[in-house]
Design a protein around this ligand. Structure first.
Ligand code: HEM
Ligand code: HEM
Length: 143
C-alpha cells in the first residue's frame, strides 16, 4: 500500500501541471498583454490554446492516476487531508470551468467562467508546493 509517488509518476504530475500553467500563462500574455487591437486576438492565443488542450488531456490523465492509490490510501490513513482536499477542489473547479469554456453558450457568463478558471489555475502551483511540502514534513519514518 503505497501513498508516496515513485519518481517517474511524480515527474509526470509535475510535467503535466507545468505544461498546463505555462500554456495558460502564454494565453494570458497574448490576451491581456500583447494585443495591439483590443478586439483582435493575438496569434499566440490560438497556439497557446492548442497546447493547453493537449496539456489538459495529459493533466486529466495525471489527476486520474493519483486517485486509486495515492488519494484513497492517504485519505484512509488521514494523512495530508487538508492540502490534499484543496488540490482535489482546485482540480474539480478547473475541470468544471474548463468544460464550461468549451460548451457554455451564454456569452455574458463566459468571461466569468474564464476568470474563475485561470485564477484557480494560477493558485494551483502554490497549492501543489504546499501539498508536497506538508506531505514531506509529516512523513513518518519508514512509510
Ligand atoms: C489533485 C490531487 C493530488 C495530487 C496531484 C497529489 C500529488 C502529490 C505529490 C506530487 C506529492 C509528492 C510526492 C513525493 O514527494 O513523493 C504528494 C504527496 C502526498 N500527498 Fe498528494 N496529491 C493529491 C491529492 C492528495 C490527497 C486528497 C491526499 C490525502 C487525502 C494526499 C496525500 C498525500 C500525502 C500523505 C503525501 C506525502 C506522501 C509521502 O511522501 O509519504 N494527496 N501528493
Ligand atoms: C485539469 C486542469 C485543467 C483543465 C482540464 C483545463 C481545461 C481548459 C479548457 C477545456 C479550456 C478551453 C480551451 C478552449 O477554449 O479551446 C481552457 C482554457 C484556459 N485555461 Fe485551462 N485547464 C486546466 C488547468 C489550467 C491551469 C493550471 C491554468 C493556469 C493558468 C489554465 C489556464 C487557462 C486559460 C488562461 C484558458 C483560456 C481562457 C479563455 O479562453 O477564456 N488552465 N482550459
Amino acid at each position: 500500500m503505497s501513498i508516496a509517488l515513485p519518481g517517474r509518476h511524480r515527474r509526470l504530475i509535475y510535467l503535466a501541471f507545468a505544461f498546463l500553467v505555462l500554456s495558460g500563462l502564454v494565453w494570458l500574455g497574448g490576451r491581456y498583454g500583447l494585443r495591439s487591437d483590443p478586439e483582435l486576438p493575438h496569434p499566440l492565443e490560438a497556439w497557446a490554446l492548442k497546447l493547453h488542450g493537449a496539456a489538459a488531456m495529459l493533466g486529466l490523465l495525471a489527476l486520474g492516476s493519483v486517485l486509486p492509490q495515492h488519494v484513497r490510501f492517504a485519505w484512509r490513513a488521514r494523512r495530508n487531508r487538508t492540502s490534499g482536499a484543496t488540490m482535489l477542489s482546485l482540480a474539480g473547479i478547473l475541470i468544471l470551468t474548463g468544460y464550461g469554456l468549451y460548451y457554455a453558450a451564454d456569452e455574458n457568463l463566459r468571461p466569468w467562467i474564464s476568470l474563475a478558471h485561470w485564477a484557480s489555475g494560477l493558485v494551483l502551483p502554490a497549492g501543489l508546493i504546499w501539498h508536497v511540502a506538508a506531505g514531506r514534513r509529516r512523513k513518518k519514518p519508514g512509510s
